[in-house]
Design a protein around this ligand. Structure first.
Ligand code: MV4
Length: 449
């Protein structure tokens, strides 16, 4: 096992990684930007080192400075968390040449799955069902028109360098394809520096369901059950749960097998997530794969009684999967993301937390780096806490969440807690009767009432 690792991240995920590392007897180095001087990860790590100003590109995204911090502190490995450098193949590459272990997949796997068109083609080879679409990058408008005609409207144009909803355009009719293609190409070029687009048929009614995997890079893969992530707004997930209320045991076996086969096919290494769209008839289609630990990993941890971050560190240290390949889950877990933002306008609300009371008790977990007196810096995302509940049934986990949300007090900044309470109280949510259109419908319903 490593004796010391550096955490190239901040906030709740930095604390989450410190916790698992300490349980493994591994010392930690926190890196922080100037506005994060009083952030909790700098207080709880064994060592800390300032890596620059608040702007992400000057600190948490600055590879040379992070490598220098690892060398100065003699850290043997780097954990990137999520966001920031987590899916940048340059980091594992440079770690390799510096003799430092990157806690995550190889640069090769990252490039393969980070290119969403390439990932799609690779998953066809792995015999996964993908959404009907283009078989390569579409380079001009004539090709776009011909492909759309072949697969049928509505279609969706996606940036190959995108993912997570960035750089997508839905096209509902042939008359719009020329305009939408040009816009999407320009957007992809501006956002990612690459104009590459691919096309899929747009599924109007679908659920976003993802499967957690862990692999050793040698073809051994453990696949966990699914997470249901359809409650999202503008591609930001708000609530995740495991298992999905939509999935029965027979279907679960099929989707887990698909993810496991896919990860085995590419000899996946480290923690990863395979995302699927599931239609009304329970057809499931590979959408994209993420090569990092995800924000919503706790719901899987709760029902499988596993510490995924610990496993991720062990895989990186030993090149071996210590997990049993027959995993069993029980109960139900729900996660609500608490954001520092106006619950109606969604405008971020950074500032000082004057008073903070977090919920607790049986089956309640809070992953956060917030504390009374902390000033949330405006430079970073607005996620300030994740409340996670666990109970034998979905109804009990949801009831527990409602009480936990009501017993949470955050004074000084605006949060989305009141919105989360309304979602948990919604009759369709309570029934588990929702898909990716849920939040749009939810806001429409609210206008009417
Ligand atoms: C889709 C889709 C329907 N059809 N692709 C969104 C995030 C990124 N991972 C891909 N996403 C989607 N891809 C096809 N072919 C629906 C989504 C999607 C979505 C789209 C519009 C509005 C909200 C959405 C929420 C989740 C997924």
């Amino acid at each position: 096992m490593f004796s010391k690792i550096l955490i190239a991240n901040r906030g709740e995920i930095a604390l989450r990684i410190i916790r698992s590392a300490r349980e493994l007897g591994v010392k930690t180095v926190a890196v922080y930007s100037e506005p994060d001087k009083n952030s909790l990860h700098t207080l709880l790590a064994d060592e800390k080192i300032c890596i620059g100003p608040g702007r992400p590109s000057d600190s948490y995204l600055n590879i040379p400075v992070i490598m220098a911090a690892a060398e100065v502190t003699k850290a043997e490995a780097i954990h990137p968390g999520y966001g920031f450098l987590a899916e940048n193949p340059r980091l594992p590459e440079i770690c390799g040449s510096a003799g430092i272990t990157f806690i995550g997949p190889s640069a090769h796997i990252m490039r393969l799955l980070g290119d969403k068109n390439r990932a799609r083609q690779e998953m066809i080879k792995a015999k996964l069902q993908v959404i009907p679409g283009s078989d390569k990058i579409i380079t001009d408008i004539d090709e776009a028109k011909a492909t759309a005609k072949k697969i049928g409207f509505p279609v969706i144009l996606k940036a190959s360098a995108g993912g997570g909803g960035k750089g997508m355009r839905i096209v509902r009719a042939a008359s719009q394809i020329e305009e939408q293609f040009s816009i999407a190409q320009a957007e992809a070029q501006a956002a990612f520096g690459v104009p590459s687009l691919y096309m899929e048929r747009f599924l109007e009614v679908a659920r976003h369901i993802e499967v957690q995997v862990a692999g050793d890079g040698k073809g051994n893969v453990a696949a966990f059950g699914e997470r249901e992530c359809s409650v999202q707004r503008k591609h930001q997930k708000l609530i995740e749960e495991a298992p999905s209320p939509f999935i029965d045991e027979k279907f679960r076996k099929k989707i887990i097998k698909a993810a496991k086969d896919a990860a085995t096919f590419i000899k996946y290494q480290s923690l990863g997530t395979f995302e699927f769209l599931v239609d009304e008839n329970k057809n499931f289609y590979f959408m994209e794969a993420n090569t990092r630990v995800q924000v919503e990993h706790p719901v899987t941890e709760m029902i499988y009684n596993v510490d995924l971050i610990k496993e991720q560190i062990i895989i990186a240290a030993d090149n071996e999967l210590s997990l049993s390949q027959n995993l069993e889950s029980s109960g139900h877990s729900i996660e609500c993301r608490i954001n520092a933002e106006d619950p109606e306008t969604f405008i971020p609300s950074p500032g000082k937390i004057d008073f903070l009371v977090l919920p607790g008790g049986q089956g309640i977990r809070v992953d956060t780096a917030a504390y009374t007196g902390w000033r949330i810096p405006p430079e970073y995302d607005s996620l300030i806490a994740k409340i996670i509940t666990y109970a034998p049934t979905r109804e009990q986990a949801a009831q527990k969440m409602l009480v936990a949300l009501e017993m949470t007090t955050i004074v000084g900044i605006k949060t989305n807690i009141s919105l989360q309470i309304k979602i948990l109280s919604d009759s369709d949510f309570k029934k588990g009767d929702y898909d990716i259109r849920f939040m749009d419908k939810f806001f429409t319903k609210k206008q009417v009432s």
